[in-house]
Design a protein around this ligand. Structure first.
Ligand code: 3HC
Length: 285
């Protein structure tokens, strides 16, 4: 029998967490969103509210529809409030130790047949799964930024996951109106394994004096039809996240294309993390 998902829990208060919560609530799921701090939990609800308001203004959804979607999202600081969830998606910082700890904790709280998914971009899903009480109930559900806009979800099947869990994750992503690809548990999956050498080499090209950041962005938008140039995209993704992704890719494959550009490391060391800190390769202040 296909497993039914009704309640979705989301762990993590970043842009991805609120985007995933909005996608799930719009698809009709009841969502409980957990952040460690009350202010960030409240801020996430405000972010979703703003995003829904934009959709109302554009006539994509009715005012009543927007209210209904919002009413399906509860925010909390208490992880135990997610114990009734059929699916919990963790979307916390890209740090293996943090993710393992959290997945272990949540797996003690949810029912035996609940699914736990990680939104990791590059970390080994199998290691995160191994930290759970029931590793076969853990897979990857990888949304893209901005989650409500980007059409794709990668569902990741670690060698530990059951086919039933992967099928349920695919069905969940499809019901969020996403195109779904099922991918192997290798660093970067499909998209980031191809995207990040390009982003990294863009920084290295700039370091070699091939052009300004603006010029490289203009070149890749105009020359390849990309909606954003590499520097604008790095700022959107977050430079700390980008560095973590490249380090994980480099560790897995040892390919010099994944070896993080020196400037990226220095930007992160300086705390210039992109749009979220209002300063990255470009200035957003
Ligand atoms: N959050 C929510 N919605 C947003 C948004 C955001 N941050 N930015 C833009 N939007 C919405 C707008 O409201 C608009 O919605 P509408 O179509 O309903 O009117 C739509 O997106 C288009 O926005 P705009 O017209 O204002 O701006 P653009 O046409 O420039 O689009 C963009 C913005 C969608 C971000 C576009 O530039 C784009 O697709 N960029 C590429 C993004 C990308 O490559 N993401 C993948 C990153 S890699 C990743 O996520 C993997 C991870 O593991 C690191």
């Amino acid at each position: 029998m296909a497993m039914e998902i009704r309640h979705v829990g989301v762990l993590g208060s970043g842009i991805m967490g609120s985007g995933i919560a909005e996608c799930a609530a719009e698809a009709g799921f009841e969502v409980t969103l957990r952040s460690r701090k009350q202010e960030t939990a409240d801020q996430m609800r405000v972010n979703v509210e703003k995003s829904l308001l934009r959709k109302i203004e554009k006539g994509r959804i009715s005012e009543g529809g927007g209210r209904e979607i919002l009413s399906r999202i509860k925010v909390t600081t208490d992880i135990r409030a997610l114990s009734h969830c059929d699916l919990v998606i963790e979307s916390v910082v890209e740090d293996l130790a943090v993710k393992k700890h959290l997945v272990s904790e949540i797996s003690e709280l949810v029912a035996d047949d609940a699914i736990i998914a990680t939104n990791t971009s590059t970390l080994p899903v199998v290691e995160i799964a191994a930290a759970a009480r029931h590793p076969h109930r853990v897979c990857g559900i990888h949304f893209f930024n901005p989650a409500t806009v980007m059409k794709l979800v990668e569902v990741v099947q670690p060698i530990t996951a059951s086919d039933e869990v992967v099928r349920a994750a695919v069905d969940f992503a499809k019901s969020c109106s996403k195109d779904v690809v099922t991918v192997k548990d290798q660093a970067g999956f499909i998209v980031n394994a191809l995207l990040f050498p390009y982003l990294n080499n863009s920084i290295k090209l700039y370091e070699r004096g091939m052009g300004s950041m603006e010029e490289i962005d203009v070149a890749m938008k105009g020359g390849c039809g990309f909606p954003m140039g590499p520097f604008a995209l790095l700022d959107l993704v977050g430079l700390d996240t980008s560095l973590a992704i490249l380090e994980a890719l480099y560790q897995e494959f040892g390919d010099p294309n994944f070896s993080p550009a020196p400037l990226l490391k220095r930007m992160v060391a300086a705390g210039y993390l992109g749009r979220k800190t209002k300063r990255g390769f470009f200035d957003y202040r």
